[in-house]
Design a protein around this ligand. Structure first.
Ligand SMILES: Cc1ncc(COP(=O)(O)O)c(C=O)c1O
Length: 381
């Protein structure tokens, strides 16, 4: 290996190590019995018998891989059925399955905005959106997190553009578990005529009468121009999708998005599992009620033992601890007490806001909460 390159890599890794920020992989065993508070399988669908059966049947029918780009032979009738099902469920006319949410966001935001356009993005939008935006050549302004007054001010401040204004938000923020007012965003969109890109990654399955997301929950059904969602979180599978009212969005991705064109397509078994998950999730409104109650119970419990956590009923609760070494200390103690947790540190989150990101899931018991609170108290003492 080239010596200069090795030195450069060693220096940057040592820098991360020195500030407790070095990321490390830990392989999980299938018989790990710790209580999982880390992954995004909020409704437990990755283990749902109907979802597994659909994936297995597709494995037998199609084999283990799509084996090609979607433009060659990778696109199957299973992908097509899935995109129709996703679009109809969430109130859109057009859908396109993508390999990952990361690829979907970077394709949409890297490909649709151009030089001369303006992107107004929430301060905390996901890294995949920022990667796309950086590649797009459009000008970026970021508004304070969930502050729609600040967004409105920016919209007033901006002189009439030749280009297009994009507004980029999530519906449930991945590291904070909070949400913007989607009805207000919808009314700003009507007034100012921007193109609204909404990432529903963490809301799908959890919110809405049929589980289609926060737009449905907040009475802003299908209000965004473009929705990006993932199949790998609440839907318990793998892959992602982009929905739009305009057929041109789908066509542009098929024609211009390298993430779509130059990559082996999502395996049909993942698409089939996701299709089964969509059908399962529509009928889970009783479970959604229980999950929202669970979210309140965990937040109340954390507040009772002296931690400040945001109110709400989303699946994500940030336990903000500050410095990275403190975050690591809590994570180690919680793991030792039988919980699977991840220590989220900069640059994933802003400086000095290291946290345990508590990710809730169906089936968590009151005993798990009591033990978790007990373990937290133990670290603090
Ligand atoms: C808000 C948000 N969007 C997109 C993604 C990426 O989705 P995927 O895991 O399917 O690549 C994530 C995952 O971390 C996310 O949190």
């Amino acid at each position: 290996m080239n010596a200069a390159l090795l030195q450069r890599l060693q220096r940057s890794l040592a820098q991360r190590e020195g500030s407790s920020l070095r990321r490390k992989l830990a392989a999980r065993a299938s018989d790990d019995l710790r209580v999982n508070l880390a992954d995004n399988d909020y409704l437990g669908l990755s283990r749902d018998p109907a979802v597994i059966a659909a994936g297995v049947a597709a494995l037998h029918e199609w084999g283990a891989s799509s084996s090609a780009s979607p433009l060659v032979t990778g696109y199957t009738v299973v992908h097509q059925q899935l995109e129709h099902a996703l679009a109809a469920w969430q109130g859109y006319e057009h859908g396109l399955v993508m390999n990952t949410g990361f690829a979907a966001n970077s394709a949409v935001l890297g490909g649709l905005p151009k030089k001369g356009d303006l992107i107004l993005a929430d301060r905390l939008v996901h890294a995949s959106m920022l990667e796309g935006i950086a590649a797009s050549g459009a000008r970026l302004r970021r508004f304070a997190h969930n502050d729609l007054d600040a967004l409105e001010l920016m919209l007033h401040e901006e002189p009439a553009l030749e280009g297009v204004i994009f507004v980029v938000t999530e519906s449930v923020y991945s590291m904070d578990g909070d949400s913007p007012d989607l009805k207000r965003l919808a009314s700003l969109r009507k007034r100012f005529g921007f193109c609204w890109v909404l990432d529903e990654a963490h809301a799908t399955g959890w919110y809405g009468a049929t589980g289609s997301g926060l737009q449905e929950e907040q009475g802003a059904f299908a209000a965004a121009d473009i929705v990006v969602g993932t199949l790998g979180k609440g839907l318990g599978s793998q892959g992602a999708y982009v929905l739009s009212h305009a057929p041109e969005v789908r066509d542009a991705l098929i024609n211009f998005a390298g993430e779509f064109v130059y990559s082996t397509y999502l395996a049909p078994s993942c698409a089939a599992a996701a299709l089964a998950a969509v059908e399962r999730v529509k009928g889970m409104s009783a479970e959604r009620g229980q999950l929202h109650a669970l979210s309140h119970a965990w937040r109340d419990g954390l507040v009772e033992v002296g931690f400040a956590v945001p109110s709400g009923d989303s699946p994500i609760i940030p336990l903000i601890l500050g410095d990275s070494d403190v975050t690591l200390k809590y994570a180690a103690a919680l793991r030792a007490a039988g919980f699977m947790v991840s220590a989220i540190r900069p640059p994933t989150v802003p400086e000095r806001t290291g946290r345990i990101r508590i990710s809730l899931r169906r089936g968590l018991t009151p005993t798990a909460l009591a033990n978790f609170l007990q373990a937290l108290k133990g670290v603090r003492e």
